[in-house]
Design a protein around this ligand. Structure first.
Ligand code: COA
Length: 252
């Protein structure tokens, strides 16, 4: 079992902590699997009333582990990353995120599935999928434009523009921004408060607010097809090689 993801259930809150600090919490297949399993269990466990995502170290997560992705491309529906993305859609319990630093790729797009998103002032969100020769995932090609508008979302996906904590709050991606040393307490307080609310009312409210799960799942499936094809492309090989060699990619 990996220790790169830590999970605990306390006071009816499931806390999932990114714990691969030396790699900026970049997410491997084992980490996706650990999160998917914990979330699937939480969905059916009456002792879990809310979920809190948090991170050790100075980053929230640098997103997919690029080397793991290149070497073991997740091409099937039961791949750990696909299981994790599915759990984001299936989640019945409210989800809180405490974003302490940089959140890249899925680290950003998973926030679109969270209900309360708290950022530290230092947090920066980015989803530079095109720079990596990839395409948006987690239904973010639908959810982000719906949240912030096409033109702003295009800057993020296509130009790789980073979103500051203040802009994330102003545009409705984040609920609130806190000083770094106040973030964890604020997020824990929110998760604990949710865990004490009337559970059926809370879950119905989340479902009503979230809209059509089938449409979200359908968009995820469509994205996954293109994402999978891009993972096998020469463009992706060049993007990952450039990352490893710490240089700009050359797409010809
Ligand atoms: N996959 C694999 N390894 C990663 C990683 C990723 N997504 N993100 C960071 N790492 C590794 C680095 O290779 C480095 O490893 P090393 O110490 O063995 O060289 C270590 O984590 C620290 O990262 P570093 O780049 O030195 O830190 P930084 O503070 O200068 O930059 C980031 C942090 C997140 C801005 C930068 O690492 C980055 O851009 N990562 C890629 C993000 C990305 O494209 N994610 C995929 C989205 S789909």
């Amino acid at each position: 079992m990996t220790t790169d993801i830590l999970t605990k259930i306390e006071n009816r809150v499931l806390t999932i902590t990114f714990n691969r600090t030396d790699k900026k919490n970049a997410i491997t297949a084992a980490m996706y699997q650990a999160m998917a399993d914990a979330m699937a269990d939480a969905n059916d466990n009456d002792d879990v009333r809310s979920i809190l995502f948090t991170a050790n170290g100075d980053a929230f997560t640098a997103g997919n582990d690029l080397i793991d992705f290149r070497d073991n491309p997740p091409l099937t529906e039961d791949a750990p990353v696909s299981q994790f993305l599915r759990q984001l859609v299936l989640a019945r319990k409210p989800m809180v995120a405490a974003v302490n630093g940089i959140a890249v790729g899925v680290g950003f797009t998973m926030l679109l599935h969270c209900d309360i998103v708290y950022l530290s002032e230092a947090a920066q969100l980015s989803a530079p999928f095109v720079d990596l020769a990839l395409v948006p995932e987690a239904a973010s090609s639908m959810l982000l434009p719906a949240r912030i508008g096409h033109a702003q979302a295009a800057e993020i996906f296509m130009l790789g523009k980073r979103m500051s904590a203040a802009d994330a709050k102003a545009s409705g991606v984040a609920s609130d921004v806190f000083a770094a040393d106040a973030l964890a307490a604020a997020a824990e307080k929110a998760a604990l408060a949710l865990s004490k609310k009337a559970p059926a009312s809370l879950q119905h409210t989340k479902r009503l607010m979230r809209g059509d799960k089938d449409a979200i799942a359908a968009r995820m499936a469509e994205e996954s097809k293109v994402f999978g094809a891009q993972l096998l492309s020469p463009e992706l090989a060049e993007a990952v090689m450039a990352f490893m060699q710490k240089r700009e990619p050359n797409f010809g």
